[in-house]
Structures are given as structure tokens and as C-alpha cells.
Design a protein around this ligand. Structure first.
Ligand SMILES: Cc1cc2nc3c(=O)[nH]c(=O)nc-3n(C[C@H](O)[C@H](O)[C@H](O)COP(=O)(O)OP(=O)(O)OC[C@H]3O[C@@H](n4cnc5c(N)ncnc54)[C@H](O)[C@@H]3O)c2cc1C
Length: 377
């Protein structure tokens, strides 16, 4: 059996490696003409790090990333509202949270792939299924035929649109800027991720290597992102602690990435015929829990387990969905809610929110984290 994967992002590459490790042949079709460096960081949490440990990649990822001991939610002046120290969870699961440059993670994944045809510059336009075959049509006018297809082509998935044309993306009405900069956060902050909540906006500060900081800054808008004047981005966050604007100002403008945040309205089915969806294509979530890629990695592992030694593809797909859908759905729903809380635009409500957060015991947060970190199998 040879499996065709559309999309060479974190989900597609991890799936390809997991399948190869089980002796299954794979090929990847990727829209981009080259694997470019993505100038942002990402947090791999204990759930996905357990998967990468199973795949024998733990040390490689750890050596390129920065282990995080915990994370803080703060007010806009960086006064701590809540702090969750995860060292006891690290002991329990025997792995920790790792923040890493996305380019480094991509490099580790590409190096891990055994000889695998990766067809770059192949943007899928549509597909159709007939007589047990999947016919693929690419933007460059070429075609391909396969028996088994995994769509790991992200939130705007062309695979999903072909099999479930009524699926819809949801806009959070938040715009997000991200960057990486050389910055010394000072003693005590090298292993802690922080998210500072203001009014209708927030900033995240995540150390990814010694002297390197990944940051993100998100802002709510009413009607259209076009209404935001971001000529001087740091001005939009001027009510925050000066550290925040210093971090933003120290980043070269051309290295700042902009994205509109959103997710995918929950879809009841993740597969149809010989085609199956994975990662953001199936369960895109807002990044408020830092779980999109983590969920894609969990899905990659489970799908490879279900496909291993299974000749009935549809049965494998159904089993994968049965195992993975409840947790991915929980993340999508919860993350959407957190985004609303973090971006409260009423100053009084934001004050009450901060007060409530400062009174919430960290045992509650840890209970929630355990649900996230426990794997499905
Ligand atoms: C601001 C922000 C911060 C985030 N932070 C985190 C975090 O800290 N932790 C975390 O776990 N997640 C985070 N995420 C989410 C995470 O980035 C995604 O969930 C993850 O990248 C999904 O991986 P994927 O492989 O499913 O999709 P993608 O990463 O979108 O990859 C899809 C791939 O398919 C290719 N492709 C697309 N269309 C086609 C086509 N038609 N034909 C062929 N190829 C195609 C693309 O070029 C791409 O290579 C964040 C997201 C955002 C926006």
C-alpha cells in the first residue's frame, strides 16, 4: 500500500514519518515550491512530545528547542494573574513542554523522513473518487491517481472542500502579528512562557533559545482587519509593560508575520471513501491553547496506528476518527472560549476577569492540562 499525503506542514510530515516507521510507503504533494523558513515559534506541549518520544525524535527536538517550566497569565503590566508550574506534570509524563523555532522543527521532520518522494509546487485544486481510485488535479495542470489519500493541507484544505463542500471556516475577528527577535528576557524568564492580557488585545512572550524570543501580539477588530492602522505596531500595545513594545520594536518589520485568527466549524465526518483529513484540515482550532499542531501530531500518530496492518482503509479511518474526534473537538471549543475571555473589550469586565483569574487555584488549571496531556490510546 502506498499512501498519498497532500500538504507538507507539521501534520503531513509527522504522518509521513509515522507511516514510514510502520513500513508503509508514502508520497507527499506540497503546494509551496520550496520548504521556506517560517519566522515564528511554536510550543510543543507534553501531549505531542510524548508522541515524538514514541517516534524516537524527543532528543532531536529538545536539542533545538527550549524547555518551558511553566506559563504565566499576566495583566498588561506583566503582573502575574496565574502561574502554572508544570514540573510535576513533566515527572508524571516523563517529557516536558518545548518551545522551538518552526524552521528548526521543520528541519528535524524533513531530516527524519526516509527516502520519500516530495513533489513541491503541487497545489491541489480538486479531487474526485471513482471505482476505488482518487483522482487528483493540480494547479499546474497535472494529474495524479492514488488509492489512499490523506488531506493534511491546512485550514483552507482543498481536499476537505472537495469531499465536504459545505464545511466552513470561522473568523475570530482577531488579527495576530508574530515575530522572533534577539532579546534577553533577564534572569528567571528563560524557561517561562507569558501571555499578557489587556483590553481587546494580548501579547505572548516565549523564549525559544538562549537570547531568542518568539512573540505574538493579537488585537480584536469590529468589522474588518483593514480598520487597524498598524504602521507603528508597538503603539497598538503602548498600554502594556515597556518590555512588550521593546520586544516588538526590536523585530525587523519585514520579519513580522500577520495572520487572521480563526478555526473550522466542527465537521461531523473526517473521511469519505478513500480520503481522510488530518490536522488543521480536519480540526483547525484558534491558537489560544497553543494546541493546533499538537493535535495534528496526535492525529498523525493515531492515524498511522489505525492504518498499520489494516487492509480495510475505511475501517481504519473510522477507528481514527472515533479515537481522535472527542479530544480535538474539546480543544476547538475550549480554545474559542479562551480567545473571547482573553480579548474582553469592556474595561470593567476585563478587571473582573483578571481578579477571577488571580483567585483561581493552579490545581484547577493542572486538572485541565492533564486532560490535554493524556493521550487517547
Ligand atoms: C498565531 C498562531 C500561533 C500558533 N501557535 C501554536 C502553538 O504554539 N502550538 C501549536 O500546537 N499550534 C499552534 N498554532 C497552530 C498550528 O500552526 C497549526 O495547527 C498547524 O500548523 C497545523 O498543521 P497542519 O500540517 O495541519 O497544517 P499547515 O501547517 O497549515 O500545513 C499545511 C500544508 O499544506 C500545504 N497546502 C495547503 N494547501 C495545499 C494544496 N491545495 N495543495 C497542496 N498543498 C497544500 C501548505 O503549503 C502547508 O505546507 C498556531 C497558529 C497560529 C495562527
Amino acid at each position: 500500500m502506498k499512501i498519498t499525503i497532500i500538504g507538507g506542514g507539521i501534520g503531513g510530515l509527522t504522518t509521513a514519518i509515522a507511516l514510514q516507521q510502520k513500513g508503509i510507503e508514502v508520497e507527499i504533494f506540497e503546494a509551496a515550491s520550496e520548504f521556506r523558513e517560517v519566522g515564528a515559534g511554536i510550543t510543543l506541549a507534553i501531549n505531542s512530545m510524548q508522541i515524538y518520544k514514541r517516534m524516537g525524535m524527543l532528543e532531536k527536538i529538545q536539542s533545538h528547542g527550549n524547555k518551558l517550566d511553566g506559563f504565566q497569565i499576566t495583566d498588561n503590566k506583566l503582573n502575574i494573574l496565574s502561574y502554572v508550574d508544570i514540573s510535576d506534570l513533566e515527572k508524571k509524563y516523563k517529557v516536558g513542554n518545548v518551545a522551538i523555532h518552526r524552521a528548526k522543527l521543520q528541519e528535524v521532520l524533513l531530516n527524519e523522513l526516509q527516502a520519500c518522494p516530495i513533489h513541491l509546487g503541487k497545489k491541489l485544486i480538486k479531487l474526485h473518487q471513482k471505482d476505488g481510485n482518487v483522482h487528483l488535479e493540480f494547479e499546474d495542470g497535472t494529474f495524479h491517481q492514488t488509492k489512499v489519500l490523506i488531506g493534511a493541507d491546512g485550514i483552507h484544505s482543498a481536499v476537505r472542500r472537495s469531499i465536504f463542500p459545505n464545511s466552513k471556516e470561522r473568523h475570530a475577528k482577531q488579527i495576530c502579528w508574530r515575530g522572533i527577535t534577539d532579546f534577553d528576557l533577564g534572569e528567571g524568564y528563560h524557561y517561562i512562557a507569558r501571555e499578557a492580557w489587556g483590553i481587546g488585545r494580548r501579547i505572548g512572550i516565549v523564549p525559544i533559545a538562549p537570547g531568542k524570543v518568539y512573540w505574538y501580539a493579537c488585537l480584536s477588530y469590529k468589522h474588518s482587519a483593514k480598520e487597524i492602522d498598524n504602521e507603528r505596531l508597538s503603539d497598538l500595545f503602548s498600554r502594556f509593560h515597556p518590555l512588550a513594545s521593546d520586544i516588538i520594536s526590536s523585530t525587523k518589520k519585514e520579519n513580522i508575520i500577520t495572520a487572521e485568527l480563526g478555526d473550522l466549524e466542527l465537521i461531523p465526518e473526517w473521511h469519505k471513501g478513500n480520503v481522510c483529513l488530518l490536522g488543521d484540515a480536519a480540526h483547525a482550532t484558534t491558537p489560544n491553547m497553543g494546541q493546533g499542531a499538537n493535535q495534528a501530531i496526535e492525529s498523525a500518530w493515531i492515524l498511522s496506528e489505525c492504518l498499520k496492518g489494516e487492509n480495510d482503509i475505511k475501517k481504519a479511518y473510522a477507528q481514527y476518527q472515533k479515537i481522535r474526534q472527542p479530544k480535538a473537538t474539546m480543544v476547538v471549543k475550549k480554545s474559542w472560549g479562551i480567545g473571547k475571555i482573553a480579548h474582553m473589550s469592556n474595561p470593567l469586565l476585563a478587571k473582573i476577569r483578571n481578579l477571577l483569574f488571580s483567585m483561581t487555584p493552579d490545581t484547577l488549571a493542572k486538572k485541565q492540562l492533564k486532560k490535554l496531556f493524556d493521550l487517547n490510546d
